[in-house]
Design a protein. Structure first.
Lengths: 470, 184
């Protein structure tokens, strides 16, 4: 029992410690934004750990030696973390609030934290063997842990519904297996569930910077009550991880664009943006759709960046993630079912899209309307960018209009995927639609907070900048 | 001209603030509607939390239907590789259960495979004699096990010889493990 508890402590402490190192190397200190710091360290640590695990896997290092992954990931971070930031890098920090306001908001954050942890612990009553969390994510993790590097891995994965899916989630589960020395049917969810805890904290931190507590609470409570958020708390799906990556990226975008060009604080926030994108891209394939939508939106709406956009080597992260995952899939011959790979009947999405447009488009549209207007779903917030783009404040502010358009393009893109699905449409919609749309909801809440902050202030630029930096 | 110049920004500001209020209200409108399901989910989690105190084997048994003894037997049987076929003859169960049977059997097969992985990796399911026949393979003699959930006591409805390794249950719920010994 104590042995298991110590192992679990190590399983959690190692990525958390890597996150602390990573933030220190970026020049971010806890005192600048405690909530943000607590939210960011877990995903950044997971990124570093998973990258090191992947390297060990590629080098055929047996799972009994995967404890080497944390020191391996820490090695390149240590020099920068040891030196610390070359100069102080104050962040755009939260608005000054009254004591009472701080207490109200702290109570809300703690309530969300309690709910997330409570649901995660309760989920341990059921083994992680059903649905996509069992069939897809944990099976991929089991294959990495048990079958690698045997031929069984390739064949086993080909029988899966999504052999091409990114490996961040399975690598984190495989990390648990390796440290416990066996396939764990319950504790394997822990690293993924902690991503949902981080999602809650990151969303709170982003909203807190922009709005007074009562307004922030009004925007955050619907997320807390959302069924998809609750589901992410109790399962090992990658949707919460993807949502976390998007929130990090948007928060990083809003914070770094709020600073004067060349400000020292902009570099870590650009790093947060870039690492958030890497996290999203490595979590699930929809991440590629959202990043494409964001790039499209930036090209369509934003002028060229006014600040130097090279935040150091962190830009290599999303590029490396995409390149490595692509190489992996090519090496094993894994093809997306959208491109006709197994288990689809071999017809790619474009042909199915054209063939099914007339029959599927109205049903997909109806499902989208039903979800977005559903009174019990927080997905309704995704409708707000549409009218918001009519406002001059939003249209004239690249910080707001680019994410607005990116969100709209993402929602549109998601629904177009369903039109060209090879799976029975009703089944596909019933099993994934709300969950997948829910990936965008936390980011939409952060964006809405930024819009409300801009609309409340006489001068929107000042509102988005948060409190003047120290 | 002067009033027109000052009125326009004021109107724009009113419009902006109205939008902000409407957007927040639109988001907050969900709170009363979502509170009920959220409360129900938390109450459901209370029941789940009670299960956490059980041993891992018992939690697996409650979810998948494999008792610890069953799982141990299967692990022994599948020392390396092989195939497990979860089977329930839909024509031998009550009519009211027949419609959902394929989904239930597939779900049980999924759970069995995930709970036992990698012993074995290969897991299939069938609800008809024809489906079961397709899942059998002469090359897997001694390494193919049928988990038969059919509640009746009849043998498997396919040609070939099977050894009954394990049986438990009654006329309502029965589980039998058949090992493939000979396949024509």
């Amino acid at each position: 029992m104590i042995d298991d508890a110590l192992r679990l402590l190590w399983v959690v402490a190692a990525p958390a410690g890597l996150g602390v190192l990573c933030l220190r190397a970026l020049g971010v200190r806890a005192a600048q934004d405690r909530l943000g710091y607590a939210a960011w360290l877990w995903p950044l640590g997971c990124l570093c750990l998973a990258a090191a695990l992947w390297l060990l896997l590629a080098l055929d290092v047996p799972p009994s030696l995967w404890w080497l992954a944390p020191p391996l990931a820490a090695a390149p971070l240590l020099p920068a973390a040891w030196r610390g930031a070359p100069h102080p890098r104050p962040l755009p920090v939260p608005l000054p609030w009254s004591r009472f306001g701080q207490l109200v908001f702290a109570a809300l954050v703690l309530l969300g934290l309690w709910l997330a942890v409570y649901l995660a612990v309760a989920a341990a009553g059921t083994p992680c063997v059903f649905g996509d969390e069992g069939n897809l994510w944990s099976m991929k993790a089991k294959a990495l842990y048990v079958d690698w590097p045997l031929g069984a891995f390739r064949e086993g994965q080909r029988a899966q519904s999504h052999p091409d899916y990114p490996l961040l989630n399975p690598l984190l589960q495989a990390w648990v297996y390796s440290q416990f020395g066996a396939v764990e049917l319950f504790l394997n969810r822990v690293p993924i569930q902690l991503c949902t805890v981080s999602l809650w904290l990151a969303t709170c931190a982003a909203v807190r910077r922009l709005l007074p507590p009562w307004l922030g609470a009004l925007l955050l409570v619907p997320l807390l009550l959302d069924a998809e958020f609750r589901s992410a708390c109790s399962t090992a799906y990658a949707d919460g991880m993807l949502a976390l990556g998007l929130v990090l990226a948007l928060d990083g975008w809003l914070r770094c664009r709020a600073l004067p060009p060349g400000a020292p604080a902009a570099a870590p926030m650009r790093a947060l943006l870039v690492l958030g994108l890497a996290f999203a891209l490595w979590s699930k394939n929809e991440g590629a759709l959202y990043v494409a939508a964001a790039i499209g939106a930036a090209v369509l709406t934003a002028r060229l960046p006014r600040a130097p956009w090279w935040p150091g080597a962190v830009w290599l992260w999303p590029c490396a993630v995409v390149a490595a995952q692509w190489t992996w899939n090519r090496w094993f011959g894994f093809t997306s079912d959208l491109l006709g790979g197994p288990p689809s009947p071999g017809v790619g999405w474009p042909r199915l899209f054209a063939a099914q447009w007339q029959t599927h488009a109205p049903r997909v549209l109806q499902a989208g309307i039903d979800l977005l207007f559903s009174p019990a779903s927080a997905a309704g917030v995704l409708l707000v960018p549409l009218p918001a783009l009519l406002l001059r404040t939003v249209r004239q502010e690249p910080r707001l209009r680019a994410p607005a358009l990116a969100l709209l393009l993402s929602v549109l893109g998601l629904h177009l995927v369903y039109v060209g699905t090879w799976i029975d449409l009703d089944l596909h919609l019933r099993t994934s639609h709300a969950r997948v749309v829910g990936q965008l909801v936390p980011a939409a809440i952060v964006w809405l907070a930024a819009v409300v902050a801009a609309l409340r202030a006489p001068a929107p630029g000042a509102a988005l900048s948060g409190r003047p930096t120290a | 001209m002067v009033p027109a110049v000052t009125a326009a920004p004021r109107l724009a500001r009113i419009g902006q603030l109205s939008f902000a209020v409407c957007a927040v209200a639109w988001s907050a409108l969900r709170i009363p509607f979502a509170a009920g399901p959220a409360r129900a989910a938390v109450e459901h989690a209370v029941d789940e939390l009670a299960l956490v105190k059980d041993s891992e084997e018992h939690r697996v048994a409650a979810a998948v239907g494999l008792l610890p003894d069953d799982a141990a037997l299967l692990r022994r049987y599948f020392a390396s590789d092989g195939r497990v076929v979860v089977f329930c003859a839909s024509d031998r169960i009550a009519e009211v259960l027949q419609k959902d049977m394929p989904v239930r059997v597939e779900m049980i097969a999924t759970g069995v495979r995930n709970a036992l992985y990698p012993h074995p990796r290969d897991c299939r399911f069938a609800t008809t004699a024809d489906g079961l026949r397709q899942a059998l393979d002469a090359a897997l003699i001694g390494r193919l096990l049928v988990i038969d959930l059919t509640p009746t006591r009849e043998p498997l409805p396919v040609p070939g010889r099977f050894e009954l390794l394990h049986e438990r249950g009654n006329e309502t719920v029965r589980i039998r493990f058949w090992s493939l010994v000979q396949y024509p």
